[in-house]
Design a protein around this ligand. Structure first.
Ligand SMILES: Cc1cc2nc3c(=O)[nH]c(=O)nc-3n(C[C@H](O)[C@H](O)[C@H](O)COP(=O)(O)OP(=O)(O)OC[C@H]3O[C@@H](n4cnc5c(N)ncnc54)[C@H](O)[C@@H]3O)c2cc1C
Length: 472
């Protein structure tokens, strides 16, 4: 008999949360704290979504998406999770850029970027201050037609070196490009510039395990290996329940942490929405995907601390999104993980990340796919030798992940690492007006992606759910 992962589940809950990414986990926690009965359903055997980790022989633990997030995460975790979680969030000091245009190190704060742009790039201090003030004052209700390209042209015309410094890290953080609305850049960039880049000491496994404990304390019924096949909607357009692992479970509201497009088209079905809404949903563009190479050193081996924590490496001149997405890789971000990442461990790890097009990997026949992954590892090691000269001798383990890997584990359409482009946010926000009790919380619209964006969107949406359920 196959194991019943829903054994003992109730027939009905106030809220069912589909997916345990950071937005889904946060929504579930807040709603349970409000006294609502919450069922959390995750198809994978592990919670966390993209905020996840995996183990390999030799005691290696690799983090997938723990490269850095803004300071705001401390406040969000303290308020919506626990002081203990917030206290494990620590700054990353060593951010480094190496490319044909410049070689520099920074703390990734407004003060330090101002110093660099004024002293290194020779831009007048007043221009830099005006740029930072403009970026910081941007919000969702501002002009959405102005692009990031236009923002940079306004302040730094013809300076693709300055644009590269300002843009490259944000493209790695959320896939955004010069053609996306300037507000998406301004909001995310200013979040980082507030106090620099932060990480979670102890690793993603420690964070997600602490979150799971908190959910259990607050009474959330957590079920892994539970794939939701359908969200059920009445003819009056009211959510009535879900079908999960072939079983119907009733609820008053659903929070879907699945991709917004798969929520609408695969889980609900377009017949339950207005025509205009479906047209808008069809027009939502997915964000790009990623490749990563995970490398672990043998016990007793290490790399020099001068490598820094986060290294933006490129062989390309100028900021060029097509070059960054290309399979002919010229830009990589290296995350160096020291034993202090997981206090008590003696492991030295490096993860290389690149932005990637799903289409470049999706259709490859199996043999070619495996060979391409080997090429990716090989070219990554060649590049890494610049910074860790004898890395090949020190290496204990190396493996690659591609857009196909992310699609497989998180069910994101096209392995999208950062949800959708900006237009996805409005569609996500409009969902409850289409079907009563149907909500979406998860990476969407660029500004609501990444660790901080996902957590904060989980908070916003759970407040909407709470309002609906306590007034009806
Ligand atoms: C390689 C990589 C590096 C990244 N680096 C960073 C970084 O350094 N800093 C940062 O801030 N962000 C980073 N991100 C982005 C960040 O990890 C994500 O934006 C964030 O974790 C997404 O959270 P989410 O709530 O949107 O859900 P997701 O993580 O997308 O999770 C959705 C969950 O829903 C589940 N699910 C989907 N459909 C179903 C279904 N039908 N039934 C049951 N379960 C379902 C999935 O299994 C998954 O667990 C990175 C992402 C990637 C891929």
């Amino acid at each position: 008999m196959p194991r019943d992962f829903l054994k003992g589940a109730k027939e009905s809950y106030d809220v069912i949360v589909i997916g345990s990414g950071l937005a889904g986990l946060t929504s579930a926690n807040i709603l349970a704290r409000q006294g609502l009965s919450v069922l959390l359903l995750e198809h994978h055997y592990q919670l966390g979504g993209m905020a996840t980790w995996f183990k390999r022989a030799g005691g290696h633990i690799f983090d997938i998406s723990l490269h850095g997030f803004p300071y705001g995460m401390i406040k969000s975790c303290r308020k919506y999770w626990s002081p203990e979680i917030a206290e494990s969030i620590v700054p990353l000091k060593g951010i480094r850029f190496e490319n044909p245009q410049f070689s520099l190190r920074t703390t990734f704060t407004r003060e330090d970027f101002t110093r660099i742009i004024v002293e290194h790039f020779g831009i007048p201090s007043e221009t830099v201050q005006r740029f930072f003030d403009t970026a910081r004052s941007m919000n969702f209700f501002d002009d959405q037609a102005k692009t990031t390209r236009e923002l940079f042209e306004q302040f730094f015309p013809g300076r693709d070196d300055v644009v590269r410094l300002l843009m490259e890290p944000i493209t790695y953080a959320n896939g955004s490009t010069l053609d996306d609305p300037a507000i998406t850049y301004g909001i995310v960039f200013s979040n980082f510039m507030q106090k620099g880049v932060y990480t979670f000491e102890g690793g993603t496994d420690a964070l997600v395990n602490k979150m799971r404990d908190e959910l259990v304390r607050n009474g959330v019924d957590i079920r892994i290996r539970c794939l939701v096949e359908k969200i059920e909607v009445s003819p009056e357009r009211q959510v009535t329940g879900v079908v999960v692992n072939g079983k119907h479970i009733a609820c008053r509201a659903v929070v879907s942490n699945a991709n917004i497009r798969s929520t609408i088209f695969n889980l609900v079905g377009e017949q339950h929405f207005d025509r205009k809404f479906i047209d808008d949903a069809k027009a939502v563009r997915l964000n790009n995907s990623s490749c990563q190479v995970y490398m672990a050193l043998k016990p007793g081996e290490s790399f020099d601390e001068s490598c820094g924590d986060l290294l933006f490496h490129s062989e390309h001149t100028g900021f060029d999104i097509n070059a960054m997405l290309s399979r002919d890789i010229s830009s990589r971000t290296f995350s160096f993980y020291y034993p202090s990442t997981r206090p008590g461990s003696n492991r030295w790890l490096i993860v290389s990340s690149t932005n990637a097009n799903y289409s470049d990997w999706a259709g490859l026949p199996e043999a070619e796919y495996e060979a391409s992954k080997q090429d990716l590892i090989e070219s990554t090691l060649c590049c890494l030798e610049t910074y860790v000269p004898d890395v090949r001798q020190k290496l204990d383990h190396a493996e690659a992940a591609t857009p196909r890997t992310f699609e497989h584990y998180t069910r994101h359409l096209a392995g999208s690492s950062f949800g959708t482009k900006f237009e996805g946010l409005q569609v996500s926000r409009d969902l409850p007006q289409q079907v009563t009790g149907l909500f979406h919380a998860g990476s969407v619209g660029i500004i609501m992606s990444g660790w901080l964006g996902a957590v904060n969107y989980g908070v916003i949406v759970s407040n909407d759910v709470d309002k609906l359920l306590t007034t009806h």
